[in-house]
Design a protein around this ligand. Structure first.
Ligand SMILES: Cc1cc2nc3c(=O)[nH]c(=O)nc-3n(C[C@H](O)[C@H](O)[C@H](O)COP(=O)(O)OP(=O)(O)OC[C@H]3O[C@@H](n4cnc5c(N)ncnc54)[C@H](O)[C@@H]3O)c2cc1C
Length: 383
């Protein structure tokens, strides 16, 4: 039996653990640095059909209907003139049990965790070193314990330390010149918006997204706000928890977003957004890398978790049968989604009134153009 160590108990690590477990040739253990999986309430997540199809392979369709939502449309609004621009049909790629889904992030993590026997996840195991020992890999943890494994799967997120350890150089994601401000809001404070779908508000140097995450009137609110921060500010993580920083970000947002929304947000959190600048592939054939550690996308196509799931599934299918972990198609696909996410960011944050006018005209035309939809969304959603 081959031993597979998975570093990181996030979406990608837990998903691939569930898949590999089905093969009795492998002994799987997940090593997570924290003392539990992250079941923090409040974060929402959008999952497009490309990942729902893969999650259904391990029973995601059986999650209580009340805990998820199936929006059919994205409604685009202009924050400048407070008007609806157009709407985009995201249900065009749905099938009977495979639907664009929004839910609370902890529901997904809880589902993935419950798919695994409790002794399969080892907590308080922070990786601090990796060594090659003949044909196996030795993983050394902060508590001075160590293990040897035949295969190592790195899934420790955007700031992956394990990725840097296997190359002996620090690989850091780059600040995306933007912060995210997120919170929750009750349906009763969301007036004049369509409660059954996703609302996307386009402003100047910011955009906001509001969507239902269940059938209990609970909505997720996220704003992506352009913000220059220097290295010192970025290094000081307590800055993003400080009341002053959060208040100043909310003040900035309230200049454009309905104050009734801002005043009624709860569980507000701020964090800087970091993205990958290169695709990283390990040289050692028995070491694989998935999830945000493989590539962190800008959040403007809501594809981070969906891609984490796709890449994990691809690795599972190809496990032991490949020379390089990912083929040319995967590299092409990653670059394509990254490009589209960056293009969305650009289009969502325009300031010049004339360019905004042209963008809105173009948006109205494109959302009704099947060829465009099939190419722009279809190439991502129909994997
Ligand atoms: C504002 C924002 C909104 C987003 N919205 C969406 C969305 O709507 N839809 C979507 O698809 N995606 C979204 N994403 C992206 C999505 O959240 C991520 O892509 C996804 O969580 C990545 O999963 P992962 O398993 O790779 O990493 P993570 O979920 O970050 O998990 C990594 C795990 O590794 C552990 N770990 C770290 N270091 C070590 C170590 N040294 N040793 C052991 N364990 C370690 C961590 O504790 C953690 O549990 C969003 C992201 C942002 C920033």
């Amino acid at each position: 039996m081959k031993k597979v160590a998975i570093i990181g108990g996030g979406i990608s690590g837990l998903y691939i653990a569930s898949l590999l477990r089905l093969n009795s040739n492998y002994e799987i253990i997940v090593y997570e640095k924290n003392n539990s999986v992250n079941l923090e309430k409040g974060y929402g997540i959008q999952l497009s059909v490309n990942s729902i199809k893969l999650l259904n392979k391990i029973g995601f369709q059986n999650i209580n209907f009340k805990e998820k939502f199936f929006p059919n449309k994205v409604n685009f609004y202009s924050l400048k003139d407070k008007n609806k621009i157009c709407d985009l049909d995201i249900s065009a790629f749905n099938e009977s049990e495979v639907k664009y889904t929004t839910l609370q992030r902890f529901i997904l993590i809880d589902f993935l965790t419950n798919k695994l026997p409790s002794n399969l996840i080892n907590f308080n195991k922070k990786v601090i070193d990796i060594q090659s020992v003949s044909k196996t890999t030795k993983v050394i943890f902060e508590d001075k314990s160590s293990i040897e494994c035949d295969y190592l799967i790195i899934s420790d997120g955007a700031f992956s330390k394990t990725r840097s350890l296997i190359t002996d150089k620090e690989i850091k994601p780059k600040y995306f010149n933007s912060i995210a401000v997120r919170g929750n809001i009750d349906r009763k404070y969301l007036q004049n918006i369509d409660h059954n779908n996703i609302s996307l508000f386009l402003g100047s140097n910011l955009h906001s997204v509001v969507y239902p995450v269940n059938h209990n009137g609970y909505f997720n609110f996220v704003t992506i706000l352009r913000k220059d921060l220097n290295n010192e500010e970025l290094a000081d993580y307590s800055l993003f928890d400080s009341k002053e920083f959060i208040s100043s970000a909310l003040l900035e947002i309230s200049k454009q977003v309905d104050n009734n929304i801002i005043e009624n947000l709860i569980d507000i959190k701020c964090f800087p957004i970091f993205t990958s600048t290169e695709i990283f592939q390990p040289k050692n054939k028995n070491i694989y890398i998935i999830g945000d550690a493989f590539f962190s996308f800008p959040p403007t196509f809501a594809q981070g978790a969906s891609q984490s799931i796709e890449v994990a599934h691809e690795l599972y299918q190809n496990f032991e049968n490949i020379d390089d972990q990912f083929n040319k198609e995967r590299i092409k696909r990653t670059k394509m989604i990254d490009r589209k996410s960056r293009l969305n960011y650009f289009a969502f944050h325009l300031s010049n009134p004339l360019i905004i006018f042209v963008r809105n005209l173009l948006l109205r035309y494109l959302v009704k153009n099947n060829r465009f939809i099939n190419s722009y969304l279809g190439k991502i959603y129909k994997n």
